[in-house]
Design a protein around this ligand. Structure first.
Ligand code: ADP
Length: 319
């Protein structure tokens, strides 16, 4: 192992930069050459490859986004596309690849692994939708962003005695809604993993109003229902004044939290160590606060489970 490549792919996540920094610095410390590949698998197809030295990753640990840029690349999902990628890997003499991204990115990494390329994957997605790891890089930062927004919305919601729907990201996974709803003290959390719906929310609003409580924060995971439709239904059933805030892409940016920076630094360091020890084909993760590595194929098979106990606790705390 003399030269390693690193790329970030799919949706960006705060903390990717901290992981890139860790990979580059650990590699250089160990006498390895590092090639940064721009725009995810696109860069691997087009040859967007440049050498990175220790100062190329200076001043990025605190920055959101990814300095290598990211992209989605349909061509990579074809045999021809992967052939092109293999050519570039050969041309630049890359002996191993460290790949940062989410579920889709990991599937692409597995394809490269099956073609004989040594790969290590680092989980980066704000959605926290990968079953084999408790946390992915970027998730905790997204939670902080949502909780900060909920706190601000709560102020005005209380002043006006309104109900507020806060729509959050997560794709098919309710973790952002659950964790931010719990930490933000939301009265209701609607996720696709439970059958708690608008009727329970309405009941709570009416019960709250009967004991003098005027505001109500509802965290709604994206893609379940149109938030404005939910708002109309709540208005019709309770007579409450309702406002909708869709947080959107602010959840994907921002300075990463210390937790994400530390996890990213640990995983970047471990990824290089694994390659140096000829232990490729692994996905890094976190279980019970420890950094773990798992066979990539196995990791991809682990289904994401929803923490229903935490959800029920959040319900109890918001009676
Ligand atoms: P994320 O990694 O954030 O889940 P995507 O699902 O968009 O993001 O995947 C990022 C890229 O990974 C895609 O543009 C594609 O190049 C590659 N990819 C996704 N799914 C697959 C797959 N099933 N097989 C091979 N490559 C894939």
């Amino acid at each position: 192992m003399k030269t390693i490549g690193i790329l970030t792919s799919g949706g960006d996540a705060p903390g990717m930069n901290a992981a890139i920094r860790s990979v580059v610095r650990t590699s250089v410390f160990n006498g390895l050459k590092v090639m940064g590949i721009g725009h995810g698998y696109n860069g691997l197809l087009s040859g967007e490859v440049r050498e990175m030295d220790i100062s190329s990753v200076a001043d990025i640990i605190h920055r959101g986004g990814t300095m290598l840029r990211t992209a989605r690349c349909e061509e990579f999902e074809t045999e021809d596309g992967r052939k092109k990628a293999l050519n570039i890997i050969e041309v630049f003499g890359i002996d191993g690849l460290i790949i940062l991204g989410g579920d889709g990115t990991f599937r692409g990494a597995k394809d490269l692994m099956d073609l004989g390329v040594p790969v290590i994957c680092i989980p980066c997605t704000i959605d926290n939708d990968m079953g084999y790891t408790d946390y992915s890089i970027g998730f905790m930062t997204a939670i902080e962003t949502v909780v900060d927004a909920i706190s601000k919305i709560r102020d005005t919601s209380t002043s006006h005695g309104r109900a507020n729907i806060v729509e959050v990201m997560g794709r098919d996974c309710g973790d952002i809604a659950l964790y931010s709803g719990l930490a933000g003290g939301a009265e209701s959390i609607i996720v696709r993993e439970t059958d708690i719906g608008v009727d329970e929310v309405c009941k709570k609003i009416i019960q709250g109003r009967n004991r003098g409580k005027l505001h109500h924060i509802i965290v709604l995971a994206e893609g379940i229902r149109d938030p404005y439709e939910v708002s109309d239904e709540i208005k019709d059933k309770t007579g409450a004044e309702v406002r909708v805030t869709t947080l959107g892409h602010i959840q994907r940016g921002g300075t990463p939290t210390s937790f994400d920076r530390i996890m990213a630094s640990n995983m970047g360091h471990k990824a290089v160590e694994l390659l140096l020890n000829n232990r490729s084909g692994q996905a890094l993760g976190m279980k019970c606060n420890a950094i773990i590595d798992m066979n990539l194929e196995e990791a991809l098979k682990v289904e994401k489970t929803f923490d229903i106990d935490m959800y029920n606790m959040a319900r109890t705390l918001s009676i």
